[in-house]
Design a protein around this ligand. Structure first.
Ligand code: ADP
Ligand code: MG
Length: 232
């Protein structure tokens, strides 16, 4: 059973009183342990697809099987419960709370999950240490570099031990050297901890760290290829 399976997923949005179809029947299977990069021009449907995969949005039609369960017609609160236990997120702009320490930022998803304060603090510290930020636990975002802020965001994304990590343009705000460092961290999480990673990027150099590349074009997947020479 695949971890993730989209079957003929279509998505329309209401634009100026009209339904406009954005995704035109996406079929996609991702197995546990894969590292997939979604590529393609701006407006090609990458984020819309990622939002559906991340249970942040639902298909207009078609099915989404997550761990074998059809989640495409669930109510929002059921979808949120599945999302919180299954998927971690990393965003381009880091989405960290300002004037809030790194460790408190990382604790947030556990707060929503109802984890006890002491365990929250321990797990948040552990995740930050794994991201190489053991010396920065009590720093606020403004005191950290862009790469360090993104590592805080990745720590927050993995702290619930979700089996899937999704990232939308996670290196979009970083210079290329820092971007490579961040991609090596994703690769390490994928290889050493078996976390399934699905990320969106514009940049071929970033996608080259993944094991598989999907090329989006106008709301369809034009190409789906194994990356024979994964960058390290
Ligand atoms: P990408 O991430 O590949 O740049 P998106 O998935 O964000 O592309 O967007 C694909 C298309 O869907 C774009 O034309 C965008 O304007 C449209 N779109 C995305 N989200 C919405 C929304 N919530 N309402 C209306 N249109 C949207
Ligand atoms: Mg996008």
């Amino acid at each position: 059973m695949p971890l993730v399976e989209l079957k003929n997923v279509k998505k329309s949005f209401r634009l100026g009183g009209e339904q406009v179809e954005i995704l035109h029947g996406i079929d996609l299977v991702v197995e546990k342990g894969e590292f997939v990069a979604m590529m393609g021009p701006s407006g090609s449907g990458k984020s819309t697809t990622m939002n559906i995969l991340g249970c942040l949005d639902k298909p207009t039609s078609g099915q989404y099987f997550l761990g074998g369960r059809d989640v495409s017609k669930l109510k929002s609160d059921q979808l949120a419960a599945i999302r919180n236990s299954t998927i971690g997120f990393v965003f381009q702009g880091f989405n960290l709370l300002q004037r809030t320490s790194a460790v408190e930022n990382v604790e947030l998803p556990m707060l929503y999950a109802g984890v006890h304060a002491k365990e929250r603090r321990e797990r948040a510290k552990e995740a930050l240490v794994r991201m190489g930020l053991g010396e920065r636990l009590y720093h606020e975002p403004s005191q950290l570099s862009g790469g360090q802020q993104q590592r805080v965001a990745i720590a927050r994304g993995i702290v619930n031990h979700a089996p899937i990590l999704m990232a939308d343009e996670p290196t979009g705000n970083l210079d290329s050297k820092t971007s490579d460092e961040i991609m090596r961290l994703f690769q390490q999480l994928n290889r050493e901890e078996g976390i399934t990673i699905i990320l969106v990027t514009h940049e071929p150099d970033v996608a080259a760290f993944a094991g598989r590349e999907l090329l989006f074009r106008d709301g369809t997947i034009l190409e789906d290829k194994i990356n024979e020479r994964q960058r390290t």
